[in-house]
Design a protein around this ligand. Sequence first.
Ligand SMILES: [Zn+2]
Length: 116
Amino acid sequence: MRVVCAKCNEKMENVVLDKYEYVKRFPLYNVPAYQCKKCSNLFFMEKMVKDMEKRTKELKVNAFGFERAIAVSGKGLVLRMPSDLVSHLKLKEGENVKIIPVDHKGFLVERISQQS
Ligand SMILES: [Zn+2]
């Protein structure tokens, strides 16, 4: 099938990407795609997108995680850190973290600085 780049009208090549994040922070490996030789623009057929969605979903299901209920403190909501996670990451009181939304359902909490 002939696929043409939407940006520069060049013929796109069938490639396999070593690594591609369909959803940020959930990298997929060996992802089939169409790529423009001229501008590197990527294009995915519907079937390719469906496959990436399925693979990302599997990654999320198998990801290491904890289930917690959200509590209320004053006007805000509080999420308690599981002690296993605290010791695994060697987190201490007073450390700063950054909360980054991942998609419409979740967020990632990342340490800003590590105290020595
Ligand atoms: Zn192009």
